[in-house]
Design a protein around this ligand. Structure first.
Ligand code: FMN
Length: 285
C-alpha cells in the first residue's frame, strides 16, 4: 500500500489540526479546572495533554490560540494569572458533560453549573476538583512554552503535580485498573475511544535482551502468512532456541503454509514454546 506524503506548508492551520488530531490518537483528555484572577471558576477539556516525567511528577496540556482568530482561551489566561490548575481525567460516564464544558462559553461564565459537574475544594491549590472524575491532579504551573504566534499555534502549560486524587474503587491489587477508571481518549473529528472492556489488551514487557527480528530464520521473514506481529513475538525471545533436532509429532502440518498457520495459531494462543517447536520443523522442510 502506498503512503501519501503531506507537507504542512501545503495545508491551512485547520487542515493541519485535523491531520494531527486524526493521526495522533487516542489522546488522553485533561478536563482543566482553573480560576480567573477575579476568582471565577472555569472548566474546559484539552486533549493536547500528557504526562512527561514522574520525578517530579510533571504533566502538560495545551490550551492553544483559537484557530479562528488567534485569540487565547480563558483556561490559558487563568492558569498564567494564578499559576495553578487542576486536571481531571474524563471517564465515559462524564463525556456528555465534558462536551458541554467545551462549548465557547463567554468570558466570566463558570462552566461547572453549565455542565452539571460538581466542584469540590482541592487540598493545595485554589481551583476546584471535579467530584465525578476518577483521577485528578492538583498542579502548579512550572513553564509556559509558546509554539508559534498565529491562529491555532500551541501554548503549552507544563505543571508539577502537587497532589493526586484517585477514586478508591479504581485500585485493583494496588494498581490502577483501566476497566475501573473507564477513561476516554480523543481521536480525530467527532471520534472518541473508550479505554476499557474489549478495547483493553496486555503486552508483556520485552525480554531484557531480545534476539531481534534480524536474528529470525529467513524462511519466516519470507512467509506470506506470518505477520509483523507474529514475527515480533518471536523476535522478543531472550535467545534463539536450538532448532537443529526438531522432529514432527503425529498430526503436525507438513507444508510450509500449514506450518506457518500452525505457528500463527500457537502465537495467537500465547504458546511461544510450541511456536518455536513448529519453527524448528518449518526451517527443515
Ligand atoms: C475532547 C476535547 C478536547 C479538546 N482539546 C483541546 C486542546 O487540546 N486544545 C485546545 O486549545 N482546545 C481544545 N478543545 C477545545 C476547548 O475545550 C474549547 O476551545 C473551550 O471552549 C476552551 O474554553 P476556555 O476558553 O474557557 O478555556 C477540546 C475540546 C474537546 C471537546
Amino acid at each position: 500500500m502506498s503512503h501519501r506524503t503531506i507537507l504542512p506548508a501545503d495545508l491551512g492551520s485547520i487542515e493541519t489540526n485535523a491531520l494531527l488530531c486524526g493521526g495522533v490518537g487516542p489522546r488522553p483528555i485533561a478536563l482543566a479546572s482553573t480560576l480567573s484572577a477575579e476568582g471565577i471558576r472555569n472548566l474546559s477539556p484539552f486533549s493536547f495533554f500528557n504526562a512527561f516525567g514522574s520525578n517530579p511528577p510533571t504533566v502538560a496540556f495545551a490550551p492553544n490560540r483559537r484557530g479562528r482568530d488567534g485569540t487565547v482561551k480563558h483556561t490559558y489566561l487563568n492558569a498564567v494569572a494564578t499559576g495553578e490548575f487542576v486536571i481531571a481525567g474524563v471517564s465515559h460516564a462524564m463525556v456528555h458533560q465534558m462536551n458541554v464544558a467545551s462549548a465557547e462559553w463567554a468570558d466570566g461564565v463558570d462552566e461547572f453549573p453549565k455542565c452539571g459537574l460538581t466542584p469540590r475544594p482541592a487540598r493545595l491549590v485554589k481551583p476546584a476538583l471535579v467530584e465525578e472524575s476518577p483521577f485528578q491532579m492538583e498542579c502548579r504551573l512550572q513553564q509556559v512554552v509558546e509554539l508559534g504566534s498565529g491562529p491555532g499555534s500551541g501554548l503549552m502549560l507544563i505543571g508539577q503535580v502537587l497532589a493526586f486524587h484517585v477514586r478508591e474503587d479504581c485500585f485493583s491489587d494496588g494498581i490502577l485498573h483501566p476497566d475501573r477508571l473507564d477513561l476516554v481518549g480523543r481521536n480525530g473529528g467527532a471520534w472518541y475511544t473508550r479505554a476499557s472492556g474489549k478495547a483493553l489488551f496486555q503486552l508483556p514487557k520485552p525480554a531484557a535482551k531480545p534476539i531481534g527480528y534480524d536474528a529470525l530464520p529467513e524462511v519466516l521473514k519470507q512467509s506470506r502468512i506470518l505477520t509483523g506481529n507474529d514475527l515480533g513475538q518471536l523476535a522478543n525471545n531472550a535467545e534463539l532456541p536450538d532448532l537443529s533436532a526438531a522432529a514432527p509429532w503425529p498430526g503436525d502440518a507438513t507444508t510450509p503454509e500449514g506450518l506457518d498457520r500452525a505457528i500463527q495459531r500457537a502465537l495467537g494462543a500465547g504458546d511461544i514454546e510450541e511456536a518455536w517447536r513448529l519453527v524448528g520443523l518449518r526451517i527443515h522442510l
